[in-house]
Structure formats: C-alpha cells, structure tokens
Design a protein around this ligand. Sequence first.
Ligand code: SF4
Length: 623
Amino acid sequence: MISKDNLAKLLFPHSKVREIQDDMILDVDNALKNKKSLIMHAPTGIGKTAGVLAPALAYAIKNKLTVFFLTNRHTQHIIAINTLKKIKEEYNLSIKAADIIGKKWMCLVPGVEMLYSGEFADYCKTVREDNKCEFYANTRTKSKLTVKAKAVLSELKQLSPCHTETVKDICSKYRLCPYEISALLAKDADVIVTDYYYIFSPAIRDSFFKRIQKDVENTIIIIDEGHNLASRVRDLMTERLSSFTVKRAISEAKKFKYNKARESLVEIKNILENLAKELKEYGETIVKKDEFAKKISQIADYDDLVSDFEFIGDAVRETKKQSSIGSVAKFLSAWQGSDEGFVRIIEKKPKAIILSYRCLDPSLVTRDIVNNAHSTIIMSGTLTPTLMYKDLLGFEENTVEKSYKSPFPVKNQLNIIVPETSTKYSLRNEKQFRRIAKICSDIVNETPGNSALFFPSYYIRDTVNHFFTKLCRKTTFLEIPNLKKEEKKELLEKFKSYKNLGAVLLCVASGSFGEGIDLPGVLKCVVVIGIPLQKPDLEAKALIDYYDMKFSKGWDYGYRLPGFNKSLQSAGRCIRSSTDRGVIVFLDQRYCWPTYFKCFPIDWDIKITKNYLNDIKDFFSKK
Ligand code: SF4
C-alpha cells in the first residue's frame, strides 16, 4: 500500500486509495520515471481516471510536461475535469487546464451542427479569413487578442479547471469564439482534456500543436477507452466519394457557373458508374490506384484538377457553408496516397456508388505519436489481449503491459457460456433462431429484474425477437438504430422504471448501448448472443490478409478479437458497482474455442454449461 505522504506527492485527490488502484498508481509512476509507455487492461471500478491523472499531473508539473487526457466521451471529459478540480481543492494547487471538444461542437454560429466535420472546417477557415465571423472578430483583430478576449481569458484562468460548457457559456455572453479562447487556455495548460483526433489526425494535430506551441516529445498522453483507438484512427484516415456527392457537386458547379468544372464532374460521375457497372446491388470490388487515376487524367491533368476544385470549393464557401466540389477535391487528393496499409474499394448501394480509400493500419499514424511522447498510457476496461493493442498501435518493444483484476467481489458475478447455439453464418436457420429465442426467454423469465440481450446485428435481433416475444413474460424494449442522445436517454429511463418488475432490452452490440450505458443497480442479467464480428466483406478480408502478412495473426487481429472485444464491452454493462449482482451469459458455441476462451479476463470464473437455468436459479437464491 502506498503511504499517505507518497499519495500526496502523487497528488492523489481522495482520502482513501482503493485496492488495485494503488498498484495502478505505482505502475503509472514507474512508467513515467522510466520514460516508458503503459498498456493497461483495467476493469470498471478501479478508479482509473484519478489513478492515472493524478500521478501524471504530479510528474508533468515537476518536469514541465503537458498531460493530454484523450477521450471521446462527454461523460469522461466531465470526470477528468472534476478530478482536476478535486486535486486543486485538496492540495490548494493552481492547475492550468483546458477542456476541448470538437471545434464544431464548441462553435456558437447557429446551424453549423448540420455540417459534416470536413465541411465545417472549410467553413470556419473561410469565414475567419474573410472576417465574416462575428465571434472570431470579437476575439481577435489582426491576429491580436481584443481587450474583451483578454479579460475573459484571465477570468477563465482563475476558474480553471473548468468544463467546456462553462467556457461556451461565458464566451456566448461576450460573443467570443470558444474554440479560440480554449486554444489560448491550452497554450499554458498543464492538462488538456480533449478528443482523440486532436492528437491522431495528422492535419489537425500539426495545426493544433503549432497553435498551442507544444510538441509531442514533451507530452504525457493518456488514452481513455483505448480499445476504440484503432478503429477511430482507421475512420479518421479513410476517405469516401459517393456518386451522390458528385451529383451535388455538378449542381453546385452549374449554380455558380463553373462550366468547365461541371463537365469534369460529369466525367467523374461516368467513371464511377463505369467502375461499378459489373456490380450487383450491395456488390463491391477492389479498384487499383492507377485504374482510377488514369481515368481521371484523361479528363485533365490530375493535380491541376485537384487544385481547380480546391479553388472553386473555397470560392463557393464564401457564400455558403459547404462545398461538394471541395469534397471531391479532398477525395481526389487523398486517393494519391500510399497503397501500404490501405485498401481501395468501390461498392454499389441501392441509392449510390461509393468509392473509398480505406485505412487498414492505424499504426501508420499512431506509432510515431505514442513512441515520441514522453510516455503514452492507454487504458480500458476491455484491453485484452494487451499484446494485440501493442502490435496494432505500434508501441515500442519496451512498453509495459498490465492486466488488473476487477475490484468487484467475484461472487457477485456469474459468468456462463452456453454452448447450445451459434450465429455463425453457415449455421443460421430458423431452427437456430427459435432455439436462441427459447434460451433467452428462459433466462430472462428466470431473472428477478431487468435483462439486456445484445445481438450481433439488427437482422438477427429482429428475427430472434419474432419468436422471443411470444415466449418472454416481461415487457420488452427494442433499441432503434441511430438514436439521438435524448431518445436514448428517454428509452433508458423507461427501461429503468421497470427495475422491480423486470423488463428486457433487446439491442445490438455495436449499436447505441453496447458501450454507452452505465446502469448501476439496474441490470441483473446480460446475454451476449453470438459474436459481433465484422461483416465478412472485402475490407474484412483485406484486414485479415494485411495482419497475416504483418504479424501472422490475420484472423485474430483482423477479425476475431475485435469482435470478441465488443462481446466483452456488452457483457461489462451488467456489473457497474461493488454492490451489483448479476449473470452474464455468452450464448454461442464459439466462446469455448481456445482463440476466444483464452481472452476472457484472467480473474473471471467461467462455467461452460447446458444446465444454465439451475445455475441462474441458484445464483439468485443466494444473497
Ligand atoms: S471562428 Fe469560432 S465561432 Fe467562428 S466559425 Fe470558427 S469556430 Fe465558429
């Protein structure tokens, strides 16, 4: 156990350090002192945020470094800033912090939330350059800070650490740009709480670091919910061009009287249609870089076409917020990128043809960052196997890997694998779905309280539900795809109100609730049906081939383990506090396969059984 004195030196803000949390604090401190990175599988309840942020801040202040706490979750931004407030209070310490979310979400211009991120970035750039943004003009004149901005900045420094919402409210009162003000706070900050892409999108990082006058070498990077980083970086590095965008670009060229550009865009539309002409609906095929580039070069010189479209895009944005011609330019420019670690695919959807340049290898971006920082600490409740994340993200050989036990009592959680069914593609049939429905209904009917069922897809959820609904004796709630924040909240509130009567939530592992629900005291049972593996499409195949070539682990790294991780995320919704008691059922034969079985958390006691109802009855009969 760490002594009180040492806890104070490490700025730990709470009166008591939890079991396991003390190991974590020491591991973080050691990694920082030895300038190493750390990959931590750290289950819910350990107290990760304080356990990592406090020693990192203590080390950063002493060694003049900056801590970047990266999270894409709004709730985690709040927890991180609250932890810093607590440290400030506890140690009477002046902490300089900045809380920065996506620029679009900080912007006070009405209507910008409707724009895609790329469109917003172009819009903001144009209005700033043309002096057409009132908020920016009130913040800076000829790149110098206005008197009003200086006063607000000094007020916020006094209040620091404060949430981005506070910054927005104050800026709104004085009609200043919250992003500009936050970036100024970041310049002097000891800690910057922000989203992944400020560090992992090369274009954003370079300009952000330049603006706040920091460099990667002098940072400690903490990545929260790190299991998402690989897929987030792949998304960031992927570009798509749809026939829909090209059609909008044609109309735009017509409207703004760019006749030559309109003709070129019509040719591009024809090229897309030609490339996809052999495809059936939902079909897809690989496109070679040169195959598309040569066709474009027949219209005009490739580079000239890109710069003409970029120029027109800028001109269009002088009068409207976004430009489709600008989007075409962005895609054409990205298409010229490297083949290594990318795949190029054209697909035919019912309403559009989509050509994409998709990133397979996130380490092309993450490797330099995580290894050039003083230390990078990546953590998550589901970061198993840690070696996979080390490989996928390109961490150095000397990176420390740690897997901590759950701090919650083992007896509070019954883990069962029921090897009776499978959602494996070749085994899907009505009999299988009826059997899944029967097992699920038996389990939820036996559970005294609320249950959640996580399916690998909406198709399987709906097919099983057709049979399930006739067998289940409880009220059921169905997750709807792409729910808005408020709708999600409303659905969960209704579900929670059945806490005593018991209800069943049927959702999809990669949908709104697979990761994003935290319902302490509400869920008594979670059933994970099947394994939420990626669709076996061309991208999945390319990913498997790529990781086979790179690590001889194509199926594990490219297919099986990312799906298994989603299962663990869904399972993790059940036990959210030390007093929660519940049953987690993995309903698929494949969970018994060594590939998957060995990846369950080390401290889980897992029973493989077909006699699951007796086990569940027994579990709930004990107090
Ligand atoms: S300068 Fe600020 S307020 Fe103006 S558009 Fe950009 S982010 Fe929004």
